[in-house]
Design a protein around this ligand. Structure first.
Ligand code: HEM
Length: 537
């Protein structure tokens, strides 16, 4: 069955039945009863106590009392936009994904840009990673590309994520500071986590203070797989390249803007769309043959490493245009639920241990953030393709499933959906051969924490290097503990001695600092659980 292609309006049409406009309408209760006095409660006499039977008052206050939901545990502050993705040329040689099959196919998208560490009300221009999450509403289901504006990550294994985030969030005893990085707990963790050094170079660079959401790159980071109709697989890394170019503000500008307009990036996105100056990004892919998996001096499953574009060029395959602001921030930007495990046929995972852990985390958190198992029914999360299954009931269920039964296989004719036959467009997981002992070990190249950090630092222009140095001096200068500062200088020495010495001089640390080699054993190389022991220095 040839699938019909998505139109950029498919999602807009899908949202329409759920939109409401109150202009010119009577004010009513939630039961549809017209209200004739919204300003005074019902009282026993003009000066008497309020009366419980004032159902309008009770309903209005109760709803207000419950109108907040938990903010995201990370990426709490974000801004969203609708748009479309247009494929430039068929990618069917590599993937059977329908939305990449033919040139000019348009797929509706919803994008949410975010900062990671700050709370929902924090400033846009904190020095931080930016989330870059895209939901493609394809005719074969939703595909989410949940990436960041930096191509690598702090840690190699998802089991460390709660520690990373606990270190960067405000300290638990006093709730300070809101700023992403300038504090002891973050730098304590980082100084004990050498695998983060490549990411730290990016985070201290101008990339972490973008001038506009439309002026940053986006990256899927992990290695994914493309799988074609013949079942052949290639590894793939995803890149978004902004048509407006990559631009940042300086740190001095960032601080002043944060004081003047904490909504700077959010406002810029909103206004540029209102004015018709639509943000555009091209989607690029780095494709690696399965047979070439071991040809690099790093592991494709290591999210702290990127594939240099000199080794595997980025092939541009389409563009995304953001041309419509959400109608309602809560309904769309706040309730949207992204998940790196939302895939369509033709795209599959790799065994990257960071990605594998993410596959568990997103639904788990959304179950509480969005109030139970039916959040896929919230309008912004609904696919444009039909949903039929035997999952039923639960809090806030909207769908009225008709018929006698809700199980499969089923011969009652009671209205149950049937399973797609092989080859009928169903999702088939890539049949990757897997063998080996259960182990916590990883390949040896996971231990190389500094080569790509050096590569990044060396690739910077003199001005960029100066900014990066100043950022480290600012951040590490605020750290209260001499031992943490020293451990950080020791890490920086491994990246670039001149950089380390200059930062050390400014923050009052004597160089050279001896690096505790133990720290480079932050995971067991031989499969034995002999993690380095952390404790008070
Ligand atoms: C949210 C990206 C690693 C757990 C997000 C969001 C982005 C993102 C962009 C915000 C989505 C939105 O706008 O709603 C990434 C990237 C990672 C990464 C690029 C590494 C390459 C992890 C890991 C975990 C994790 C390792 C946990 C094991 C979460 C959770 C949320 C989140 C719980 C909140 C989701 C929600 O409430 O809807 N991540 N993340 N992330 N991420 Fe990650």
């Amino acid at each position: 069955n040839e699938k019909k292609h998505s139109s950029e309006h498919d999602k807009e049409k899908g949202l329409r039945p759920n939109t409401e406009k109150g202009v010119g309408q009577f004010l009513t209760t939630n039961q549809g009863v017209r209200i004739n006095d919204d300003q005074n409660t019902l009282k026993a006499g003009e000066r008497g106590p309020s009366i419980m039977e004032d159902f309008h008052f009770r309903e209005k206050i109760t709803h207000f009392d419950h109108e907040r939901i938990p903010e995201r545990v990370v990426h709490a502050r974000g801004a969203g936009a609708h748009g479309y993705f247009e494929t430039y040329e068929s990618m069917s040689k590599y993937t059977k994904a329908g939305f990449l099959k033919e040139s000019s196919t348009k797929t509706p998208v919803f994008v949410r840009f975010s900062t990671v560490a700050g709370s929902k009300g924090s400033t846009d221009l904190a020095r931080d990673v930016r989330g870059f999450a895209v939901k493609f509403y394809t005719q074969e289901g939703n595909f989410d590309l949940v990436g960041n504006n930096i191509p690598v990550f702090f840690i190699q294994d998802a089991v460390k994520f709660p520690d990373l985030i606990h270190s960067v969030k405000p300290e638990p005893h006093n709730g300070i500071p809101q700023a992403a990085s300038a504090h002891d707990t973050f730098w304590d963790f980082i100084s004990l986590m050498p695998e983060s050094m490549h990411m730290i170079m990016w985070v201290m660079s101008d990339r972490a203070i973008p001038r506009s959401f439309s002026m940053m790159e986006g990256f899927g980071i992990h290695t994914f797989r493309f799988v074609n109709a013949e079942g052949k697989s290639h590894f793939v890394k995803f890149h978004w390249k902004p048509k407006h170019g990559v631009h940042s503000v300086t740190w001095d500008e960032a601080q002043k803007i944060s004081g003047n307009d904490p909504d700077f990036l959010r406002r810029d996105l909103w206004e540029s769309i209102e004015e018709g100056n639509y943000p555009e990004f091209e989607l690029g892919v780095q494709i690696v043959n399965e047979e070439d998996e071991d040809k690099f001096d790093f592991d494709l499953l290591d999210a702290t490493k990127l594939i240099p574009e000199e080794l595997v060029p980025v092939k541009i395959i389409g563009k995304m245009v953001l041309n419509r602001n959400p109608l309602n921030f809560f309904a769309e930007t706040e309730q949207v639920a992204f998940h790196p495990g939302h895939l369509v046929p033709g795209i599959d995972f790799s065994n990257d241990p960071l990605l594998q852990g993410r596959l568990f985390s997103y639904t788990d958190t959304q179950l509480i953030r969005l109030g139970g198992p039916n959040f896929h029914e919230i309008p912004i999360n609904r696919p444009v393709s039909p949903v039929h299954n035997n999952q039923r009931d639960g809090h806030m269920r909207q769908t009225i499933n008709s018929g006698q039964s809700s199980y499969h296989p089923n011969q009652t004719g009671g209205g149950c959906p049937f399973q797609a036959a092989m080859g009928d467009g169903g999702y088939a997981h890539y049949t990757e051969p897997v063998s080996g002992k259960k182990t916590k070990a990883r390949s040896q190249s996971f231990h190389d924490h500094y080569s790509q950090a050096r590569l990044f630092y060396d690739s910077q222009t003199e001005v960029e290097k100066k900014h990066l140095k100043k950022a480290l001096i600012f951040e590490l200068g605020k750290v209260g503990s001499k031992q943490i500062q020293e451990r950080m200088i020791a890490q920086l020495q491994e990246v670039n001695v001149d950089l380390a010495e200059e930062v050390a001089e400014h923050i009052g640390v004597d160089t050279p600092v001896k690096l505790d080699k133990e720290l480079n054993q932050s995971f067991p190389a031989d499969g034995n659980p002999q993690d380095f022991q952390s404790g008070p220095a």
